[in-house]
Each structure stands twice: as C-alpha cells, then as structure tokens.
Write a protein that binds this ligand. Structure first.
Ligand code: COA
Length: 332
C-alpha cells in the first residue's frame, strides 16, 4: 500500500453535522448569572448547538463522515484509515474512530483517535496528510465534539463558550480535478501550561471517585484571561512560522480560518499579524467553540459558500489545551 514516492494531498470531500438543538444566550441567562449582552460583547457567541442525552461524539462524527464520502463519491468500504480528533470521546477506549468505523461500514479501515484539544483537527490532518503522501488513499480525518457533556452549566465563566458538532474531510491523492490541496502542516506544544486549560479528572492522575465528582473535576476548567493571552501569542507565532516556511507572503492569503474560540482572540490575532479583519472566517456566533470540530465545520461551510476560487491560498490555525497549536496552508 505504501509507495516510495511522495504524493500530493487533496481534500476531495467535506461534511459537517451540527445537532439540531439550539442553546441560546437567553437560555443561559436562565441557568447562570449572565446576560446575552455580556456573552456577545466578550465572545461573539449568540447560540450554540448541543446534543440530546445519549448522543455521542461518534454519532456526530459518522454523520459528518458520510457526508464527506458522499461529497467525494467514495464508498465507506474504500476508506483505508479513520482519524478522529476529539476531547469528548464516546469512551476512554475503544477509540471514537472505532465506533465510526462500525457505524459508517468502513470495513477495510484502520481507526484511531488524536488528542490535541482545540488544535487537534490540524494534528489529525497532518497525520492523514503524511499517510496519503506515503501512498495510502481515502483517509477520513474527523473533528467531533460533544462538549456539552463536559461543560459545567453552573459555572458562568466556562459554560457560555462551548458547543457540539462535527466536521469531516476525505483526503485522497491529488488527481488534478481541482480539489483543495494540503500544502503543509505545522504543529507545536508547550506542556508547561498544561494546567491552564483542561478536564482535571477521569484519567490516571485523578481517577473518577465520589470526591472528583463532588469537586466537579470532570468538567472543563480554564484560567480565562491567561488562556486568552497565550492563544493570541501562540496563534501569531505559529501563523508566522507557517507562512514564512511556505514561501508565500501574508498578503498572498485570501482567507484565514482560525479556530473559533472567541471572536476577540481572532480579531486580536489578525490585528497583530496586520491582516485585514475581513479575511478572517467567522461563524462563532452560531456554534460557539466546538474545539476539534471548528476547523472542519468551517472548511465545509466555506466550500459550500463558494467564496473561494481555485488557487486561492487559505491559512488554518488553531490553539488549545496542552498547550497545543497547529497551522496549515491549503491551496483551494
Ligand atoms: N457573564 C457575566 N459576567 C461574567 C461571565 C458571564 N458569563 N463570566 C465572567 N464574568 C465576569 C467575571 O466574573 C469578571 O468579573 P469581575 O471583574 O467582577 O471579576 C468579569 O466578568 C470579567 O471577567 P474576565 O474573565 O476578565 O473576562 P474576559 O474578558 O477575559 O472574558 C472569557 C472571559 C472566558 C470569555 C475569555 O477570557 C476567554 O475567551 N478566554 C479563553 C477561554 C478558553 O480557554 N477558551 C478555550 C480556548 S481553545
């Protein structure tokens, strides 16, 4: 299956699935001490989607994956590898990708998950890109999250931000038919800041116990202002590095798809990079922060909008718990 030459990598199919249930800022006003005005002003979010009880990350992922396969006119049986990025897996193991493999009927595929929090989709993309470069075909790269299952709806500083959703992209060898091409991917991390953002309990360090539940340690915790600053610093750093090593100039890029974490983080990063704000993709007002899912949902939305033309350059960039960051150059 693996060849000796390096193949070019195309995104031949995209799909996104957002659960139908909407949680608005007005709904949150009834749950915690907050206002629609505060949330919009500080984050840009108006509403987010959340799953019904019992719906898992693999359910959203499978729907998005089937859409991506349909878009590329590829049968699930021809998928060779499934890589899902998620911080809300169906279970600690088996991987969410294994559930997806079964649900979509990808009977010939290998399957595993990637954990790099909100930067995870581009991490997964880089793995998929390298498998396709090496000769594998039909690699499904997915970002899927049910963040509502790990959000503390009694904590106003975190619960306003997050939403659920999934996006999927099919990677294939470039065949000259004008699909977006993954030119490069760039990854970074700094574990020194591991404690600024994460879910403290449920792993080997703090296994689940009645105390961990009582202390509400199974929910997302962050130090908001610190994360805010680190996000802007590291997004700027990784975007500069990725652009410098691409051989292109910042002005050559038509669109910047940044992880939808907070519109103020996106705006401040664009400002620091001296890029006109209009070049930033934004859909955070509809979905909030969907972690791993935000970049593939955005790519699917951009593709369907027809806003970009063949040959346009797009920069993807994301930042998340770990800390992790990642970026990618796409030629549309
Ligand atoms: N409604 C109303 N007031 C709120 C509130 C809410 N939902 N949440 C916090 N506040 C209050 C705070 O208590 C604080 O009050 P004080 O000044 O009396 O202490 C005030 O609003 C300002 O809080 P602060 O945390 O400084 O606000 P902020 O402008 O930094 O915005 C975040 C808060 C969380 C939106 C912002 O810091 C953020 O987006 N950080 C990144 C979060 C993150 O980790 N995202 C994931 C990254 S991938």
């Amino acid at each position: 299956m693996m060849g000796n030459r390096s193949y070019r990598v195309a995104m031949t199919g995209t799909g996104a699935y957002l659960p139908p249930k909407i949680l608005t800022n007005k709904d949150l006003e009834k749950m915690v001490d907050t206002t629609d005005e505060w949330i919009v002003k500080r984050t840009g979010i108006k509403e987010r989607r959340i799953v019904e009880s019992g719906v898992a990350a693999s359910d959203l992922a499978s729907k998005a994956a089937l859409m991506a396969l349909k878009d590329a006119r590829v049968s699930p049986k021809d998928v060779q590898l499934i890589i899902t990025s998620t911080i809300t897996p169906d279970s600690l193991f088996p991987s969410t990708s294994c559930y997806v493999q079964q649900k979509i009927g990808a009977t010939d595929a290998g399957a595993f998950d990637v954990l790099a929090a909100c930067a995870g989709f581009i991490y997964a993309l880089s793995i998929g890109q390298n498998y396709v470069r090496a000769g594998l075909d039909n690699v499904l790269v997915i970002g899927s999250e049910c963040l509502s299952t790990v959000v503390d709806y009694e904590d106003r500083s975190t619960c306003i931000l997050f939403g659920d959703g999934a996006g999927a992209i099919l990677l294939q060898r470039m065949n000259g038919k004008g699909s977006p091409e993954v030119l490069s991917t760039f990854l970074g991390a700094d574990g020194k800041y591991a404690d600024v953002l994460g879910i403290p309990a449920g792993g080997s360090k703090i296994p689940s116990s009645s105390k961990s539940i009582k202390d509400r340690l199974h929910y997302i915790k962050f130090r908001g202002r610190e994360v805010f600053k680190l996000a802007i610093q590291n997004l700027t750093k990784v975007m500069k590095k990725t652009i410098d090593s691409s051989g292109y100039k910042v002005d050559d890029f038509s669109m910047f798809i940044l992880h939808q974490s907070n519109f103020r983080i996106i705006e401040a990063t664009m400002e620091r990079m001296n890029i006109p704000k209009e070049k930033a993709f934004l859909n955070i007002e509809k979905y909030g922060n969907t972690s791993s899912a935000s970049i593939p949902i955005a790519i699917d939305e951009v593709k369907k909008s027809g806003k970009l033309k063949s040959g346009d350059l797009v920069l993807l960039a994301a930042f998340g718990g770990g800390l992790t960051w990642s970026s990618s150059v796409i030629r549309w």
